[in-house]
Design a protein around this ligand. Structure first.
Ligand SMILES: [Ca+2]
Length: 125
């Protein structure tokens, strides 16, 4: 398991690679240099480390995403992500604009953040 600070360092390194190597292979590696994305991932990772330390990251990610997708349409909106932040007491940690930016960066070209994409992001540690 990576600590939040290790993860932040990796995020920073991705940022450097992103400048050096403009070729990216997925939404996540593209989005990992984005400060809003790094912040969002860091918040979820801190929450996981504090509350789901005995749970597989993949299972944790599925639970978070299932709770987040209120309308069950398989797509996560910024409002649904904001709702999760409120539920975990992190609602003051990111502004609506930052959440919007992170969701749109993670969504990639199609502009839609699917549950599956978000599970992949959250369980990537
Ligand atoms: Ca939804």
């Amino acid at each position: 398991m990576l600590s939040a600070s290790q993860f932040a360092r990796i995020g920073a390194r991705f940022g450097v690679y992103r400048l050096l190597l403009p070729l990216v292979v997925s939404n996540f590696s593209d989005a990992a240099g984005n400060p809003a994305v790094d912040k969002l991932v860091g918040i979820f990772e801190s929450y996981r480390a504090a509350n789901y330390n005995q749970t597989l990251p993949s299972r944790y990610a599925k639970e978070v995403v299932a709770a987040a997708d209120k309308d069950g349409d398989g797509v996560l909106t910024k409002d649904e992500i904001s709702g999760v932040f409120a539920n975990i007491g992190a609602d003051t940690e990111m502004s609506t604009t930052e959440i919007e930016e992170a969701v749109s960066a993670l969504a990639g070209g199609d502009g839609v953040l699917s549950s599956a994409e978000f599970i992949a992001v959250l369980s990537k540690k």
